[in-house]
Write a protein that binds this ligand. Structure first.
Ligand SMILES: [Zn+2]
Ligand SMILES: [Zn+2]
Length: 461
């Protein structure tokens, strides 16, 4: 009789059920079982972490646990409820308590603890699921890099800028040269992308090999003959390779095809190797391009190419991102100095949900690029970044910093192609709270369409 009554009390008590579910969560962390954690989360689960990062979605959260378990064998957390209050009629419960945990970041162990609130809701099948959790760290012991303070709250909330009257309605960006490839086209260390905006078409960079972009475009069924303007983001040969071929082949069908090349000021400066030879990838092509009737348009500052579409010109290096190889020098009045690829330019497109940024190699640093883009776009959030971010050799700290800045800028879509780095794309996806659907490694044939998002290729999906 006593046993039966106790059992009834447990089944009927929301408090006991919530405490049991919490114990299940703790046990799942000990077992490193992200799937068991996922079963305790409502689909619309929301979390504010101990250092105030926020993310949304049960699937996203269980992916984060999976990544955490895989990357840090030492990570463990325990949540100890102090109080659970229940609205039995509506099936709602609030839990508050203390948490503590330990983990390792870049080889540095840390211990942290604090307090938390959790909101539970009873599902139709009677299980109690977490709707939201808010953690507050009160103490973190470990190396400074393992205990970073929360990101400061920006003075101006980014995603509230009014939509620009120039905002374009129709935009599609298709990758034509990068390392990974889809079911059509060939891959190479290089970059090129076609931008289709309000019926106009622009090419950004031209790939590394002379034939790649021409052949990939043909295989993808993309006709480049009506593309009159090409943007050359910087001087490196892996972005210049197709320039002469494309101009030569396409002008037979349209004399204006690829006839204008937009470049950032400084692109024609020689880049001297240690032995004194020049490594500028565009200089050897300059005369040939001009002989084919091509004209260079040099941009010293942000300029609009067509309504809502900007060429940045050289980008102020506010943050020391150092996204270049560092082996070349340029001649200045003060002598030889390190080549920082000063001409590195990006394309910024104003759209209703925010700015779409296209980079070649991102040598100016993606955070510098994003800040310049937002200056051009009058504070609008960054909706999408497509292209090379040159982060393949970045440290964990650099990636974490970059991701937090991209998150602050409101980033929703990332197609990290070319020199971004495969691991870097996945790290940024995780750290910037993006998902498999909104962040992918860029491949030949992959695209971003305004209003529809990314179309990654089968291997990158
Ligand atoms: Zn480059
Ligand atoms: Zn490159």
């Amino acid at each position: 009789m006593f046993v039966a009554l106790t059992l009834l009390a447990v089944v009927g008590s929301g408090e006991a059920a919530v405490r049991a579910a919490r114990e299940e969560f703790n046990a799942a962390i000990v077992r490193r079982d992200a799937d068991a954690i996922a079963r305790l989360l409502a689909p619309g689960y929301h979390i504010v972490t101990g250092r105030s990062d926020q993310s949304h979605g049960a699937r996203n959260e269980s992916e984060k646990w999976k990544t955490r378990f895989a990357s840090d064998p030492t990570v463990t957390y325990r949540r100890s409820p102090r109080e659970v209050r229940v609205n039995e009629g509506w099936g709602l419960a609030e839990e508050s308590g203390e948490w503590d945990g330990s983990y390792t970041t870049a080889g540095n162990p840390a211990r942290a603890k604090g307090v938390y609130f959790a909101k539970w809701q009873r599902a139709l099948d009677g299980r109690w699921l977490l709707q939201a959790e808010v953690f507050t760290t009160l103490l973190c012991e470990g190396a400074p890099s393992a205990c970073p303070p929360p990101e400061p709250i920006a003075k101006a909330a980014p995603p509230s800028a009014p939509a620009s009257p120039r905002a374009v309605q129709k935009l599609k960006v298709t990758v034509l040269s990068t390392m990974l490839t889809g079911t059509q086209g060939i891959g190479e260390w290089g970059f090129a992308a076609l931008v289709e905006v309000e019926g106009r078409r622009l090419l950004v960079d031209t790939g590394a090999r002379a034939e790649t972009v021409l052949k990939n475009a043909a295989e993808l069924g993309v006709d480049l003959a009506d593309v009159t303007d090409v943007i050359l983001t910087h001087n490196h040969a892996d972005h210049m390779g197709g320039l002469l071929t494309l101009r030569r082949e396409l002008r037979a069908r349209n004399p204006a095809a690829l006839s204008r090349a937009h470049v950032g000021a400084g692109i024609f400066e020689p880049r001297l190797q240690p032995d004194g030879r020049d490594a500028n990838g565009l200089l050897p092509l300059k005369t040939g391009y001009e002989a084919l009737g091509g004209v260079f348009v040099v941009h010293e500052r942000p300029e609009m190419l067509t309504p809502g579409v900007w060429m940045t010109g050289p980008i102020p290096r506010v943050h020391p991102e150092r996204n270049w190889s560092g082996s070349l020098k340029v001649r200045t009045r003060g002598g030889l100095v390190e080549d920082t690829v000063p001409e590195d330019s990006a394309i910024v497109i104003e759209t209703a949900p925010g700015l779409v940024v296209i980079t070649g190699c991102g040598h100016a640093g993606i955070v510098n690029i994003v800040e310049q883009a937002r200056k051009i776009g009058r504070g609008a959030p960054v909706h999408a970044i497509i292209g090379g971010l040159h982060l393949f050799a970045a440290t964990d700290e650099q990636l974490a910093w970059t991701a937090s800045r991209l998150r602050e800028a409101g980033l929703v879509h990332l197609l990290g192609a070319h020199c971004t780095g495969v691991e870097a794309v996945f790290r940024l996806r995780d750290l910037a709270n993006l998902s498999r659907r909104t962040a992918a490694v860029g491949a030949v044939g992959a695209s971003f369409t305004l209003g529809q998002g990314l179309e990654a290729t089968p291997l990158a999906r």
